[in-house]
Design a binder for this molecule. Structure first.
Ligand code: KIV
Ligand code: ZN
Length: 515
């Protein structure tokens, strides 16, 4: 498996990324992201943690069955039940990997696991061979490796290799490592384990000190051949290593790393936008590689230089990451062929039925706005074509609002099972009033946990794209809405979040409102 001049990418957006505060992806959304990752030729997709919930299990099972190309991976603690659940969820994968982990640092062993180092060794010796009997390959991770005793870590890794693991992962779980030190650490472990050539070393860096990408690159220089991370660096606390930054670091500085990657980097911007849209986590404009300004030159002196020779100020080409395709616009005179080409340049290859549906939605959108940007098209494809929307319990039929001296009055009509349900409310502004009216109709009061509004392009004709996270009786869910009217987009996001709340509750076998 190991190759000296190729680095593999292990995407954990659907597992570690989803652990980010306020992020809740439903199964259809996870499936959409997995499909996009496969289109981008990611090497490994960590699809979930099957023992965590029946919903997670189903998700890994669906991705294993439907997504071909990448290795599909499922996470498991060393417990027998976890490893078996991972194995069962991966049965239909073309290439399956069980990712077994246990902590090896003194602080984690003593306070979290309440285990002695010898007990941890025994867990590894039992769990890894079991995992190997249930999947094509096994990855073993020593959680909090960077704060572990190297001699102990070497013993644990040797046991994992003896049990059949062919990927040894060295996580910097709390983002504590520094690049030079981490590179030395990786080298020490590799020399100490002295594993056979079919064993690959991997790193998994968190970004608490803003060093996840730097640590990952330093580890590659030291000999790691798999890098784990997430799209947009999504993840708990400061997040994980942003895969788009690592891959472009290796590509752009090939002269230094002398290493290849298989990923189709021209799909990076589309993938980033899709993840941002589905999670509601907005990408800052100055974010390297995928931010809206990543290839924009504002200063006259820079613009002049780039016009004379782009390499004066550009170390990467916008087209290498798919950034150019994202800003060109289409209009109502654009035909089906131009639309299809545009979709392809954005990284979407749709079936004939999907294309028909997308084209009809595009034409409807052209009636509402003159210019349709790449962002509009991506929003349309994500919302109306690729999403296997959860059953729509409530749908927005009518929304009206009026400003009065006492506040804004909103009248909302929702449809449920063919019946119209209407109510009105008064609020601080139109969004507040409409969401209060929705709460009255549905008879529950979900608490709003986060709310973001973004525009699909930098034009006044842009669509508003909103995202809301809600919580009710400990159940969290998120929803999205897109419309040329930002109030309508917000109310749609709220209703979508409520619908998802019922889906999450059903997956957890919980009841909302006696339903
Ligand atoms: O950060 C970490 O240590 C993890 C492991 C499960 C690999 O996410
Ligand atoms: Zn992690």
């Amino acid at each position: 498996m190991a190759s000296d001049d190729i680095v593999q990418f292990f995407d954990t957006t659907l597992r570690d990324g989803e652990q980010a505060a306020g992020v809740n992806l439903n199964p259809a959304e996870k499936f959409q992201i997995a499909r996009q990752l496969a289109a981008m030729r990611i090497d490994v997709i960590e699809a979930g943690f099957p023992a965590a919930s029946p919903g997670d299990f189903d998700c890994v099972e669906t991705i294993s069955r439907e997504v071909k190309g990448p290795v599909i991976c499922a996470l498991a603690r060393t417990r027998g039940g976890d490893v078996k659940a991972a194995g069962d969820s991966l049965k239909q994968a073309e290439r399956s990997r069980i990712h077994v982990f246990i902590a090896t640092s003194p602080i984690h062993m003593e306070y979290k696991l309440k285990m002695t180092p010898e007990q941890v060794m025994a867990e590894v010796e039992r769990a890894v061979p079991l995992a190997r009997s249930l999947a094509h390959e096994v990855e073993f991770s020593a959680e909090d490796a960077s704060r572990s005793d190297p001699a102990f870590l070497i013993r644990v890794f040797k046991a994992a290799v003896a049990g059949g693991a062919t990927v040894l992962n060295i996580p910097d779980t709390v983002g504590y490592a520094l690049p030079d030190e981490f590179a030395r650490f990786v080298r020490t472990i590799m020399d100490g384990v002295a594993a056979p050539a079919n064993v690959m070393y991997s790193v998994h860096c968190h970004n608490d000190l803003g060093l996840a990408v730097a640590n990952s690159l330093a580890a590659v220089k030291a000999g790691a051949r798999q890098v784990e991370g997430t799209i947009n660096g999504l993840g708990e606390r400061g997040g994980n290593a942003a895969l788009e930054e690592v891959v472009m670091g290796l590509r752009t500085r090939r002269d230094f790393y002398a290493i290849d990657v298989a990923m189709d980097t021209t799909k990076l911007v589309t993938t980033s936008r899709q993840v941002s849209r589905l999670t509601g986590v907005i990408v800052p404009p100055n974010k390297p590689i995928v931010g809206a300004n990543a290839f924009t030159h504002e200063a006259g002196i820079h613009q002049h230089g780039v016009l004379a020779n782009r390499e004066t100020y550009e170390i990467m080409r916008a087209e290498d990451v798919g950034a150019e395709a994202a800003v060109m616009v289409l209009g109502k005179h654009s035909g089906r062929h131009a639309f299809k080409e545009r979709l392809e340049s954005l990284g979407y290859r749709l079936t004939k039925e999907e294309l028909d549906k997308a084209f009809m939605s595009f034409k409807r959108l052209c009636d509402a706005k003159k210019e349709v940007s790449g962002g509009d098209i991506e929003a349309l494809v994500a919302d109306e074509v690729l999403s296997v929307a959860p059953e729509h319990r409530y749908e927005l039929k009518r929304l009206e609002y009026e400003t009065h001296p006492v506040g804004v009055v909103s009248l909302v009509t929702l449809e449920r099972d063919g019946k119209d349900l209407s109510d009105s409310a008064i609020g601080n502004g139109p969004i507040d009033a409409a969401c209060l009216a929705v709460r009255r109709i549905i008879g529950i009061e979900p608490e709003l946990r986060n709310f973001t509004v973004a525009a699909t392009s930098a034009r006044t004709s842009a669509q508003g794209e909103t995202h809301m996270g809600v919580q009710y009786k400990g159940i969290a869910a998120a929803g999205r809405g897109v419309s040329t009217d930002v109030v309508e987009a917000s109310v749609k996001a709220f209703i979508n979040a409520v619908n998802n709340l019922y889906v999450v509750a059903a997956a957890k076998e919980l009841k909302i409102n006696g339903d």
